[in-house]
Write a protein that binds this ligand. Structure first.
Ligand SMILES: [Zn+2]
Length: 355
């Protein structure tokens, strides 16, 4: 029997036991899965994701040691964290700190997000390397610039025997943002056609995953002027802004995103730039399309761990260009960010979380 069959039987049994679920006969496989497996973040369990201040340094130190061992398996550096002052105030389902570091004190903020899909492998060291590079070369940042780096958005997916795309709960964190089209399209897209693959599961609900909340918090707290996220292996730079699915009407934000992608490309041997449409629940849709923050995705060419050195050399100038690239903050970027997690008191941004 396939997994859906089993799940349906289990859900049906639950339904009979619980009169609160009025229509067990109508359970779709997705809902059945939801009833059984959903442990979406909620006010009852949110405290488990909070990393208390007194534990932060110890937990970050332990995590960095484990990271070094894991990096060595791929033939990479054994001290990825280096001397960077990493911060983490929330942790994953498997109790790994969600790291970020901030450089500079300026108002022009670049947010770099890496390795939301650890199975892509090559993006994993990039954020760590950039952080160490900025620490060692403080002159690279001008007075008006600031950079926030979250190098490993999905650490639980990296610490499996073979890294996986999803988080520990089987959700693709880049399909779980609460975009306006999530309820309309997300599960139905996933269920239909080639996307019906557990590795792309968007979650039973949007914002159900701590990795999603981590990214939304970073955006809320730091109000980035632009976002660069690193993936593999599609081999292009993709830009997202509002109106992305109607390319004939580029908005100012999307024009900025396209110019940013072109500037990075120029520093990377004219790396290919595309306008790839975004998905329900993705970062490009949430930040670029809906919040008007120019968002560029760098897709490295392969998932071959041995190529990291080459990619680092190829894209360091482009990453520095992204940081340098001047933007006027768009008014819209400040609006309509729904700080849903502030209802989950332990996950709300606290003054001491700020750098
Ligand atoms: Zn990816």
């Amino acid at each position: 029997m396939d997994r859906w069959g089993l799940t349906l039987i289990a859900a049906g049994t639950f339904g009979i036991m619980s009169p609160a679920w009025a229509h067990p006969a109508e359970y779709s496989p997705i809902l059945a899965r939801a009833y059984i497996k959903s442990g979406a973040i909620n006010p009852e369990n949110s405290r488990e994701f909070r990393l208390e201040e007194s534990q932060q340094d110890v937990e970050i130190g332990k995590f960095c040691k484990q990271l070094g061992l894991q990096f060595r398996k791929f033939g990479w550096e054994s001290d990825p964290c280096g001397a960077v002052k990493w911060q983490a105030s929330i942790q994953t389902v498997e109790k790994r700190p969600l790291l970020y570091a901030s450089f500079g004190k300026g108002k022009d903020v670049t947010l770099l997000l890496s390795a939301v899909h650890p199975n892509e492998v090559t993006p994993v060291p990039m954020g760590f390397r950039l952080a160490r590079h900025l620490l060692e070369n403080p002159d690279l940042l001008k007075a008006d610039q600031r950079v926030v780096i979250a190098p490993l958005i999905n650490p639980d997916g990296f610490f499996t025997e073979k890294p996986i795309r999803t988080n520990a709960r089987g959700v693709d964190p880049n399909r779980n943002f609460f975009t306006l089209d999530w309820y309309e399209k997300s599960l139905s897209w996933w269920q239909s056609g080639r996307n019906k693959n557990l590795a792309y599961f968007p979650g039973h609900f949007p914002n159900s995953e701590i990795e999603t909340i981590f990214q939304v918090r970073l955006i809320d707290e730091h109000q980035p002027d632009k976002i660069l996220s690193i993936h593999a292996p599609l081999g292009f730079l993709d830009y997202d802004g509002p109106g992305d699915q109607k390319p004939s009407t580029l908005t100012p934000t999307e024009t900025q995103a396209r110019m940013l992608a072109a500037a990075i490309s120029k520093k990377a041997n004219n790396y290919r730039v595309v306008d790839y449409s975004f998905y329900p629940g993705s970062l490009g849709n949430f930040a670029g399309n809906e919040r008007h923050i120019p968002t560029v995705t760098l897709e490295l060419k392969t998932t071959d761990a041995k190529k990291v050195e080459e990619y680092w050399g190829q894209f360091l100038p482009g990453m520095l260009e992204a940081i340098e690239y001047p933007f006027k903050k768009s008014v819209e970027a400040k609006l309509n960010t729904f700080k849903f997690y502030s209802h989950y008191e332990p996950l709300a941004i606290k003054p001491k979380d700020r750098s």
